[in-house]
Design a protein around this ligand. Structure first.
Ligand code: AMP
Length: 193
C-alpha cells in the first residue's frame, strides 16, 4: 500500500526538516525540487545555470523543469513505498502533472500537510539559515519575493487539494519535536502511512 504526502508551506517553514524526519520514520522517499535544483546549480549543469538566476531572484523556475525532475526521480524510485513532495507542486499545472504521474503508478496524493508559520518568524529563521547554510536566495530582497510568490501560489494550489478534503493544517511555530508530534498525529488518522 502506497502513501504520498505533500509538505506545503512558506519558505523556511520547516518543510525540509520535517520531511527528512518523516521520511526516516515511515520509510518514504523525500523529493525536494529546491534540493534537486541546488544540486544542479552546484554541479554547474546547463539546467542549473538556467535556474540559478531565477532562484536567486525568488521567482519560480518553469513548470517544465520541475515536472521533468520529479518525473525522473519517481522513475528512479519505482519501488518506493511512497513519496513526500517537498516544495512541489507550486502551480496548478504541476499539481495536475503530479496527479497524472501518480495515476500511472495506480497511486494518488493522500494528504497535504500545510505548515503554518507567521511572516515575522520566517524572516528571523531565514536570517539564521543564511548564516548557517549560506543559501544565495536567503536574502532580505529574495525573501520578500519568495513570500509574495508563496501567497500567490498557495492561493492557487491549496484550493485544488481542499476540494479533495485532504489538506491538514500544522502549527509550524512550535519546536521541531512538537511539530513532528503534530504531523505524526495527523498521519495516525490514516493507517496506510
Ligand atoms: P525551496 O528550497 O523549495 O524554497 O526552493 C528554492 C527555489 O527553487 C524557489 O524559490 C524556486 O525558485 C525554485 N523552486 C523549487 N521548487 C519549485 C517548484 N516546484 N516550482 C518552481 N520553482 C521551484
Amino acid at each position: 500500500m502506497s502513501f504520498n504526502i505533500i509538505f506545503f508551506g512558506p519558505p523556511a517553514a520547516g518543510k525540509g526538516t520535517q520531511a527528512k524526519i518523516i521520511e526516516q520514520a515511515h520509510n518514504l522517499r523525500q523529493l525536494s525540487t529546491g534540493d534537486m535544483l541546488r544540486a544542479q546549480v552546484a554541479e554547474g549543469t546547463e539546467l542549473g545555470l538556467q535556474a540559478k538566476a531565477i532562484m536567486d531572484s525568488g521567482k519560480l523556475v518553469s513548470d517544465e523543469i520541475v515536472i521533468g525532475m520529479i518525473a525522473d526521480s519517481m522513475e528512479r524510485n519505482k519501488k518506493a513505498k511512497g513519496f513526500i513532495f517537498d516544495g512541489f507542486p507550486r502551480t496548478t499545472a504541476q499539481a495536475q502533472a503530479l496527479d497524472a504521474m501518480l495515476a500511472e503508478r495506480g497511486e494518488k496524493i493522500d494528504m497535504v500537510l500545510e505548515l503554518q508559520v507567521d511572516d515575522s518568524a520566517l524572516l528571523s529563521r531565514i536570517e539564521k539559515r543564511a548564516k548557517e547554510e549560506g543559501r544565495s536566495d536567503d536574502t532580505v530582497d529574495a525573501m520578500k519575493v519568495r513570500l509574495e510568490q508563496y501567497r500567490s501560489y498557495s492561493a492557487e494550489v491549496l484550493p485544488y487539494y481542499k476540494t479533495k478534503e485532504i489538506v491538514y493544517g500544522v502549527d509550524g511555530m512550535r519546536s521541531i519535536d512538537e511539530v513532528t508530534i503534530q504531523i505524526e498525529a495527523v498521519l495516525e488518522q490514516d493507517e496506510a502511512a
